[in-house]
Design a protein. Structure first.
Length: 329
């Protein structure tokens, strides 16, 4: 059966320390690209395909934006978000759908309660339940529906890999990564997800995040607009207390995690990393990405330390902090 890289081809990326004892180890693979696109560091296997999961969202958003959907600021950020379902997030999704008079019932992502604790508590007190619009990928789905409306593509079946909007996304993925996906699966939200090597994923993200607003090509102008939107609206990309939002706001990076331990991150100078924690845990992925960018000289070590302190990486013994999850790269 086809699959991602093996344990033998991974390296240690992080450990979990409790009371001075290494309790667990996270292995995986990672790549770091210089601002000029040169490979400056690899750890483990970066050529075997992985499913990027939600780290594919920037490509999906750029595909929508370059297909005639004008998204800027918060509207662009929600299109690439894995949001936590706050009222503000839901309002942005409703706003996208409202542009073309599309009903929320057309969203084909599964119903989900908000992941934000306050939003979930308010929903429970109001007697509400899971909805498609509060699912973390609803912004991406709303943007796909807008692309369908803008191009007279059918709204029905928009998640079918052969649907015009998905064909458009696949074309953009291939153009930006320079790689034809090794496989296509179904993501947790029901959308197609394409298997790419970490090297290709990193190159594609770097092309998005270093694109020029004055490029003669619409694809790259829209990529520049998306990057600006994410960096200016970190709260939209995830939510209160979420790692992506924290590091975007604190460090000015472009960050997008994916399920199963995937992370892509670009520093303000263009240095980019893409990584996967092999066991699928995301608890260490942000810290590892920050450490890799700091080691490459793209982020200040003290700023990274301050941001990492906000990521809730403490290991508790009772109510006392007795250790931490820390990157070892």
């Amino acid at each position: 059966m086809a699959g991602t890289f093996s344990v033998a081809d991974a390296v240690e990326l992080a450990v979990v320390e409790r009371s001075g004892f290494v309790e667990s180890r996270h292995a995986g693979s990672a790549i770091v690209l210089s601002p000029e696109g040169e490979v400056v560091r690899t750890l483990g296997d970066v050529t075997t395909p992985i499913f990027p999961r939600s780290s594919l969202k920037p490509f999906q958003a750029v595909a929508v934006m370059s297909a005639g959907v004008n998204l800027r600021g918060e509207d662009a950020a929600i299109a690439t978000a894995s949001h936590s379902g706050t009222a503000a997030h839901v309002a942005l999704v409703r706003g996208l759908l409202g542009r073309a008079g599309i009903a929320a019932s057309m969203l084909a992502c599964p119903p989900q309660k908000p992941s934000d604790p306050d939003a979930r508590d308010r929903l429970a007190r109001a007697g509400g339940g899971a909805e498609r619009i509060t699912m973390n990928c609803s912004g991406k789905h709303a943007a796909m529906l807008l692309a369908c409306a803008a191009n007279d593509w059918p709204l029905e079946g928009y998640l079918d890999p052969e649907h015009p909007v998905q064909r458009r996304i696949l074309d953009v993925v291939e153009r930006l990564t320079g790689e034809r996906p090794a496989a296509t699966g179904v993501d947790g939200c029901g959308a197609p997800v394409h298997a790419l090597s970490l090297e290709a994923l990193g190159r594609g993200i770097q092309r998005i995040t270093t694109s020029s607003a004055s490029s003669p090509f619409a694809l790259y102008r829209e990529a520049s607009a998306l990057t600006e939107a994410v960096r200016a609206n970190g709260w939209v990309v995830a939510g209160p207390g979420q790692p992506d939002s924290i590091v975007i706001d604190r460090l000015g990076v472009f960050a997008k995690h994916g399920a199963e331990g995937v992370m892509v991150m670009t520093a303000p100078d263009g240095t980019t990393t893409a990584l996967k924690v092999l066991d699928g845990s995301r608890r260490a992925s942000t810290a590892v990405a920050l450490r890799l960018l700091a080691a490459a000289g793209a982020l200040q070590a003290d700023a990274v330390e301050d941001a990492t302190a906000e990521l809730d990486l403490s290991v508790l013994g009772g109510t006392a902090r007795v250790g931490s999850i820390r990157a070892t790269v």
